[in-house]
Design a protein around this ligand. Sequence first.
Ligand code: NAP
Ligand code: G4F
Length: 353
Amino acid sequence: MNRALITGITGQDGAYLAHYLLKKGYEVYGTYRRLSTPNFWRLNYLEIFPKVKLIPVDLTDPSSLGEAITISRPHEIYHLAAQSFVEASFQTPVSTAHMTGVSVVTLLEAVRTLSPESRFYFAGTSELYGDSLGGSPAKLNEDSPFKPVSPYAAAKLFGLWSTEIYNRAYDLFACTGILFNHESPIRGLEFVTRKIANEVAKISVGLSDQIRLGNVEAKRDWGYAPEYVDAMWRMLQADTPRMYVVATGETHSVREFLDVACAEAGIRADKYLKNDKSLHRPLDVPALVGDHSRITRELHWKPKTRFDQLVKNMVREELSRWQRYLKGEVFPWDVPSYPDGHGIIRRVRGRAQ
Ligand code: NAP
Ligand code: G4F
């Protein structure tokens, strides 16, 4: 049986990837960290909570990353855990550098020494391109220059080059996916797509009367997250490790997202939108659009969900959540719990077996 180790299994991509790999018959190990409030709602939502094996890891604790490899003996490692919110990286640049950048080398060192045959995927990002598009309508591909404009993207660039170096220096099967934005109903609430979907749904059911946004002219290439975890898996099944852009090839502004979302919820965008200067970033990537032709040609991956469909699906899901909330229903996936001993692998004296 194939074994996979996913760092950051409690996040959006980690949960979808775990679901995807379980369906393929993998034994799935995932890392989580202890928080004051347990955070397993996505695994509950996808109904995979008891099916994955959980290993406690903090990205800033090298021993825990090494232990995760020793315990899981993975054929494939997907390094998804990171401080992933660009805005927060301006508030906490040093810890972002540790979690999003340095952790990649920590994990690669553990792979080199403990499990050099494991295949390693690193979660790169379109944020690496920063403002390299410079107003041009060209699509970004694997040869486009990187010009990061946030501490988050600078940390990811360190991770990307470290992955390349470990591939070449130590012959590890290690590669980076340059994923453009991908969204879903289990996206973190602070990201603009889920924030909009959630807020318009609340307005529509009478629980809110405004939506505060920052730079609504920013444009992104937004895809549907479950399709993007399939791309990650394909990269680790390839004959050779390569960098791939994963994108839809279409770009839309935050304002367009808001307009489609409001139409779906039956409300008027101009009535509720409030521009909030405090939500503008010190630097922002103005526009992103990716060229997925390499991964389509070589690994037969293609985006399926179009922009309008993505927005409408996200809004419908939020509407349904808030309508059920108003009826007094408790969502099973919202009930926080640390399932004592349930699937959690604890450390023992000596080397993990
Ligand atoms: P996410 O929902 O924010 O998930 C991040 C994961 O990292 C969570 O499981 C989180 O744990 C974990 N994590 C954060 N800090 C940690 C720490 N100090 N120790 C241990 N675990 C820690 O992100 P995502 O959207 O799934 O993205 C997955 C990866 O792809 C990230 O590396 C992100 O930067 C990258 N990426 C995402 C996109 C996108 O559009 N979604 C695009 C390009 C690249 P908690 O649940 O405990 O917070
Ligand atoms: O949804 P966002 O926070 O995503 P962002 O910054 O593009 O980053 C996401 O995608 C990256 C891939 O390109 C990932 F690497 C990263 O981990 C993350 O998943 O913001 C999108 C745009 C920005 O231009 C932001 O300034 O929306 C703009 N925006 C306008 N008002 C807002 C808001 N963003 C947020 N989060 N909240 C607002 O109120």
